[in-house]
Design a protein around this ligand. Structure first.
Ligand SMILES: N[C@@H](CCC(=O)N[C@@H](CS)C(=O)NCC(=O)O)C(=O)O
Length: 207
């Protein structure tokens, strides 16, 4: 049995899309981060850094295991269902490269753009500029890649899922904050539409 520890937000959405894509049965357990439930010892035993999403898989090659960090959850579920991650290198290595690029690059930069661009009371211009410039650099690379390939790899993989969720949520904000550095993104727009049309993505985003 798979248990998905979640609270509504962009990181949980990434794991939820992958759970729906995998077709594996799972149950969801809400960890109310507004009520600080992520600091309860039972949850820290699953996710030691007090972050959702996390999963517990009681049937992982005959063992029970907890997995935290979105990127690791993607890999675990891809290996379990046997889809969305090529089996052999070099395609496997290149898929993992784009996954790591996504969770470490977009996944750490875009929350800072959101915080310093729209939530912080006061932001020194140099701070916002640093994060927006990095987001623009990452989105230019994504646009270039999707101009040469239908997905990050030839087929839809675990690299696309967190990249899609991060991009769909923040592309318009980065364009707005970029002072014209990021404008038209036809390849990213085409890719977002294709992923949005997937039934598993629609199920994941519906509730
Ligand atoms: N690097 C983590 C980030 C996860 C994350 O930031 N989760 C937030 C919600 S979106 C969280 O659990 N915050 C609770 C806290 O920091 O106490 C991942 O990719 O899974």
């Amino acid at each position: 049995m798979l248990t998905f520890y979640t609270y509504p937000g962009p990181n949980a959405r990434k794991a939820k899309i992958m759970l729906e894509e995998s077709g594996l049965p799972y149950q969801s357990k809400l960890v109310d981060i507004e009520k600080r439930e992520q600091f309860e010892p039972a949850f820290l035993a699953i996710s030691p850094g007090n972050k959702i999403p996390a999963i517990v898989d009681t049937d992982a090659n005959g063992q029970s295991t907890a997995v935290f960090e979105t990127g690791a959850i993607m890999i675990h579920l891809a290996e379990k269902c046997g889809r969305f991650l090529p089996t052999f290198y070099p395609d496997r290595s290149r898929t993992l490269a784009w996954l790591v690029w996504s969770v470490t690059g977009l996944g750490s930069t875009l929350p800072q753009v959101h915080y310093f661009g729209d939530r912080a009371d006061e932001t020194p211009p140099a701070v916002l500029d640093r994060f927006v410039s990095e987001a623009v650099r990452l989105f230019h690379l994504l646009e270039k890649r999707l101009g040469e390939s239908e997905y990050l790899m030839k087929d839809y993989t675990i690299a696309d899922i967190p990249t899609f969720t991060s991009t769909a949520g923040m592309l318009a904000d980065v364009k707005r904050l970029s002072n014209g550095q990021l404008t038209e993104t036809p390849s990213i727009d085409r890719w977002i539409d294709a992923i949005n049309a997937r039934p598993a993505v629609q199920r994941a985003l519906a509730n």
